[in-house]
Design a binder for this molecule. Structure first.
Ligand code: F6P
Length: 344
């Protein structure tokens, strides 16, 4: 078979592991040929391709980013975009397309499938918010990077008797904040799923202060709603899928905390460091399993499906189900924060 591959949306540690695994199994076990589209859907739209061979994927499992590069191109917003993509897929004589991406990328995969393109999806996002899978690759790496950063913030905050507010990614889901915040022993963890109660935050920091720790670490998800209402965004900028560019909640919160408590407060935004660099062993393994499962789906002719992790098993679900809603932090996980908090 001739199989196309692309990586779309924000990059994510583990993308190369998916590509490598699909190409290796495809060539070695099925005798496939692979065509990589450059920069996600933009490559399909503009027909910019690169052959993917055993040589070109050799050793890429260790690398962050994506050898195919990526973009947030939304072909559905471009007149005739979907039709052009379908035509280019046909022109490349592809029997199948594997799209590696989050909900935005998969919404385009789904639209193309409805237009007759034989496609399968692989879930990718450091935010871990794709519906229908227990874990997306990239999340573990992002959490490890954030946890290490939070560990480092403890010592500098303690040395200066300061509060430090640390902003992490995650868009409208608090998975990174919750996991890295708990693992990094933050004194306060704030997620988009629960409105920020500034009085309560300050009481927790004061409790800490009165019980021997003259410093405080607050971890806040970029999408958490400000006490004044709404999310902190960069001048109202939105991407081609309509998502606001989130940034600034930590700075706003730091100012409010300092004003209310009198504690010297700083903020730090970990930003894209969470997406960069080499993937953890867990993400390399999960991404490899996804890549192998995706090429198997192609050969079973099981199109329109997304490979997912359920418990320890790799399974698949309809792409339409995965993009129907976001997976946010539920009550059982919020209870972890509640369980760790002192009564103030
Ligand atoms: O969806 C992944 C993500 O990293 C979000 O956590 C973040 O809000 C967004 O991408 C940042 O996007 P960009 O790289 O386009 O600034």
């Amino acid at each position: 078979m001739r199989v196309g591959l692309l990586t779309g949306g924000g990059d994510c540690p583990g993308l190369n592991a998916v590509i490598g695994a699909a190409v290796r199994k495809g060539i070695n076990h099925y005798g496939d040929e692979f065509v990589g589209f450059i920069e996600g859907w933009r490559g399909v739209l503009e027909n910019t391709t690169v052959p993917l061979t055993l040589e070109s994927v050799d050793g890429i499992i260790t690398k962050g980013g994506t050898i195919l590069r990526t973009s947030r191109t939304n072909v559905r917003k471009i007149e005739g975009g979907l039709e052009k993509c379908a035509a280019n897929i046909k022109a490349n004589k592809l029997d199948a397309l594997i799209a590696i991406g989050g909900d935005d990328t998969q919404s385009v995969t789904n639209a193309l499938i409805q237009a007759g393109v034989p496609g399968v999806g692989v879930p990718k996002t450091i935010d871990n918010d794709l519906n229908g899978t227990d874990v997306c690759f990239g999340f573990d790496t992002a959490v490890s990077i954030a946890t290490e950063a939070i560990d480092r913030l403890h010592t500098t905050a303690e040395a200066h008797n300061r509060v430090i507010v640390c902003e992490v990614m995650g868009r409208d889901a608090g998975w990174i904040a919750l996991t890295a915040g708990v693992a990094g022993n933050a004194h306060v963890v704030l997620v988009p799923e629960k409105p920020i109660d500034l009085d309560h935050v300050c009481k927790l920091l004061k409790y800490n202060h009165d019980h021997g720790k003259k410093y405080g670490i607050v971890v806040v998800a970029e999408g958490a709603k400000l006490p004044s209402g709404g999310q902190a965004t960069v001048g109202g900028k939105v991407d081609s899928f309509g998502h606001a560019q989130l940034s600034g909640v930590a700075a706003a919160l730091a100012e409010a905390i300092e004003k209310k408590t009198g504690y010297e407060t700083r903020s730090v935004n970990l930003g894209h460091t969470q997406r960069g660099g080499t993937p953890t062993a867990y993400d390399r393994m999960l991404a490899t399993r996804y890549g192998l499962a995706a090429i198997d789906l192609v050969h079973k002719g099981d199109f329109g499906r997304l490979v997912v992790l359920h418990g320890t098993k790799i399974e698949s679900i309809p792409i339409a189900e995965a993009i129907s809603k976001n997976r946010t932090v539920d009550e059982s996980f919020l209870a972890i924060l509640d369980g760790l908090e002192p009564k103030v």
